[in-house]
Every structure is written in structure tokens, then in C-alpha cells.
Design a protein around this ligand. Structure first.
Ligand code: NI
Length: 238
């Protein structure tokens, strides 16, 4: 998936510690810096203490961020398989804008729509996605920090039933969703490669931190499809 970075930047002859950073275009330098921050690259293998001072070191390999099948319960494939990208952090950052664009086109009245009496309203669906992201991010936090305590499950229908969503304004819920996503990104972006790969037990199943990141992205996308197919398409017809 990734080629070794040494292919892109062969070690320059005559420079003991590799070519100076100043020879690397700023956009590429920014990518490399972000890559170490987001665990695409192990930071320790890449920069010495001279980052910004003209020296860099080459990592042996890049670490792909996509989880392997053995890192999560197959149940979560329904979400993880929706995200083909090897860079889930960009996906999380891009997707939220797309989802909020779709939702912010709705009026308050439309956001109370449910396609059957026993189904969630659009606002409740949004509330469910927000709460699920909080819980998945919390699981990622616990596991990333090497907390071995098994993490409990949660009853999603109760969270909607006892949630405030039908009394909330759609506009406020969308703002909240943006804040929650930013919180998720702050948490995930600061993880090192070891934390990113760490596994723990949540809801009786082993799962890795990076698998949880993909679950968050895939769950959002899944519900955006539900919104389009079960809600918006029906609303347009009526
Ligand atoms: Ni869901």
C-alpha cells in the first residue's frame, strides 16, 4: 500500500544524516510531519532531535493504518468495509463536512421526520451517531492508554429513548456533532504508532484502537446512507 519512504528520498551522498529538510518541498515536509503525528510513520524512526534544523532520518517502513481482519469482531465489518481509505483521519475530517452539509439543508420540521412510527426521527438518528462516536472514542482512549479493564457495552435504543434529541434544535445537534468529531480527531491525531495498534476488550470482544477509528467513520457513513435511502428519498416523494 505504501512504498518505503526511502524510495522517494534516497539518502544524499556526502550528507551523514541524510539530506537537509530544506531540500524537501514544504508541502511534502508538512505531510511527513503529519504522518509522524498520525502514526502513519513511527516518529522515533523518522526525526532525530534536529527536526526543523535540517536533518531527518528515514524510517524502515511505513505503517498502514487500516486494521487487519483479526483486530475486531466480524460484526464491525459492516462499518469498517465502508471505508476503503488507508488514512482514516483524513476520512473522519472530510466526512463530517459532507454529513453536516446534507443535514444542514433540512428544516427543523423536516428533521422530526420518521419513516415509520417506531423508527427514529432524523434528529434522533443524529443523536445516535453522536453518542456512538463518543462511546467509540472513549473505548479508543481507554485502549490507547493501555487500560486493560474490559469495557462495557451500551444499549443504543435506550440512549435514544432517554436522550434529549427530539427537544434539541437540529442546528444545535449539528454543531455538537462537529465538536464531538473535533474531539475524536484531537484524540486520534496525537496517538503514537504503538497506541494506534493497541488492542483491548470492549463489549466482550477484542478490538484495536485503529479499528475503532474505522468503526467511527464507517458508522457515520452507514447512517448517512440510511438517511438518504430511508428518510430523504421518502420525504422527496411525499
Ligand atoms: Ni448505528
Amino acid at each position: 500500500m505504501f512504498s518505503p519512504i526511502s524510495k522517494w528520498f534516497p539518502q544524499g551522498a556526502g550528507e551523514e544524516k541524510g539530506p537537509g529538510l530544506h531540500v524537501i518541498p514544504p508541502s511534502v515536509r508538512h505531510f511527513l510531519y503529519q504522518a509522524t503525528r498520525t502514526a502513519l510513520l513511527p516518529a522515533t524512526s523518522f526525526y532525530g532531535s534536529h527536526f526543523g534544523m535540517g536533518y531527518w532520518r528515514m524510517p524502515a517502513t511505513l505503517i498502514a493504518t487500516r486494521p487487519d481482519a483479526g483486530e475486531y469482531d466480524p460484526y464491525y465489518d459492516r462499518y469498517i468495509s465502508l471505508i476503503p481509505s488507508p488514512d482514516v483521519l483524513s476520512t473522519l475530517s472530510r466526512q463530517i463536512k459532507e454529513t453536516l452539509d446534507v443535514l444542514s439543508a433540512l428544516t427543523e420540521e423536516e428533521s422530526n421526520f420518521r419513516y415509520a412510527p417506531d423508527k427514529w426521527s432524523i434528529k434522533e438518528l443524529v443523536g445516535h451517531v453522536i453518542d456512538t462516536e463518543r462511546i467509540m472514542a472513549y473505548r479508543a482512549l481507554r485502549i490507547a492508554r493501555n487500560d486493560k479493564t474490559p469495557i462495557e457495552g451500551f444499549e443504543q435504543d435506550d440512549y435514544v429513548r432517554y436522550g434529549p434529541f427530539s427537544q434539541c434544535r437540529l442546528k444545535d445537534l449539528l454543531e455538537e456533532f462537529g465538536y464531538v468529531r473535533n474531539g475524536t480527531l484531537c484524540l486520534l491525531r496525537n496517538l503514537n504508532a504503538e497506541a494506534w495498534m493497541r488492542r483491548g476488550v470492549a463489549y466482550n470482544n477484542e478490538i484495536s484502537v485503529r479499528a475503532l477509528a474505522y468503526v467511527i467513520a464507517g458508522h457515520e457513513l452507514h447512517h448517512r446512507s440510511v438517511l438518504r435511502d430511508r428518510y430523504l428519498s421518502v420525504m422527496k416523494r411525499s
